[in-house]
Design a protein around this ligand. Sequence first.
Ligand code: PA5
Length: 469
Amino acid sequence: MALLKYDPSASVFSPGGLASDSLSKLAPQLESARDEVLADVELFHSGGETPPAKQPLDAGFIDLPERLLAELKESGSASQLARIGAAADRLAGAADRVVVLGIGGSYMGARALLEACCHPYYNELSRSARHGRPRMYFEGNNVDNDASQGLVDLLHREHPATQVEDRWAISVISKSGGTIETAVAFRIFLRELEQACGADAEQLAQLIVPVTGPSGKLFELSQRLGCPDVFEIPDGVGGRFSVFTAVGLLPAAILGLDVEELLAGAAVMNDHFRSAPVGENAVLDYVGVGHLMEQDHGAVTRILSTWGKGLEAAGLWYDQLLAESLGKQEHGALPLTVVNTRDLHSRGQQHQEGRRDKLITNLIVEQWGREPLSIGRSDRNEDQLNELADKTLPEVMNAAIAGTNKAYAEDRRPTADLTLKRLDEYHMGQLLQMLMLATVVEGRLIGINPYGQPGVEAYKKHMNEFLRG
Ligand code: PA5
């Protein structure tokens, strides 16, 4: 199975970019940042006191994929993964729509997995085309009046719901259990679900699967409701690093995705990260190039240029990861995801001719999931496409990638390539783990604690003051 490839040689090292030996010169610092990240894992597991300078220390995500897979092997049906799988199958058998309530790190990973690994129009497919798995909607990530009611309109079909197609369920996800957006949405959607279930409190409890910390308001509410399955978000795993806990794995399993493959991909990335030298290490090279471009060339904007639609949500997940982890103490690059070729017609102009403050990383998938679609020949050749009749969409895409890279290179606009073999669970596992590792390595490299998000508290405090008077 192929490992994702990071290749900055396209134009990062061309004139106007980095000197060809700059990455190797940075190697000692990169290796020591890696050592620190790995030592953080040891420190976290040691159970000892975390020094104040290291707090908070949410390094528990790093070896989580290996730990979950090992536990599955050892404990079988009693393991966390087996429990997640069983709850997901139970829910899939009971309901045809699942509303996932959560915000920030408590939903963006799940959404990324859905968009990358499921049919592009998944929710529009029939139940059989979805292999009996439920549709999935995301709410609780805003307090949008019309969007919330729009979803309620969609959910209510038959009262009382007699068949699986008419039933819906909720998975409410919040580590703290007190985030206002998610809590408000849960109150509203719980009321609606209660109505849909009539007086059947047992059915109601069965149709709610909470994922939360070991204590807190949501945990207490789950106990009160008597939900049969409640999943705990382990200590030492921060929200935006939690995609490989039940936060991401439960929705993935509900969709019928192969969560073991996802974790296997992440574990392979860990092995690579631990052992490969600078120059061959996707994580360290990615960090090094981003850091050097920012430090030496003012490239404070990092564009993740995804080619194709399936990776947009992964890009948005990464925007949050980088922004919340490193946007501290007046540091941290600005992450920005674009989806091409779409955004060549919106942001492309600026990337080609705007300020020279950008590093563009192409995120490319080598093999499409479906057979190449040809443009085809037509009697109506007014569009003059017959000369391209034998070309396929992947060929058009490849020409767009090559053409854009060439245009950037001609104007000394640095680009690098991050290539995945396929868009599936295994390669998504690699990608998500690579980006999480890169984020914490960069934090250690520049002396910023990547964990915690103290800056988010200010808006919450003032919002509460305005709300509660
Ligand atoms: O990365 C983080 O920790 C945040 O983005 C959280 O995921 C987000 O604020 C939601 O928090 P909670 O899961 O406590 O509702």
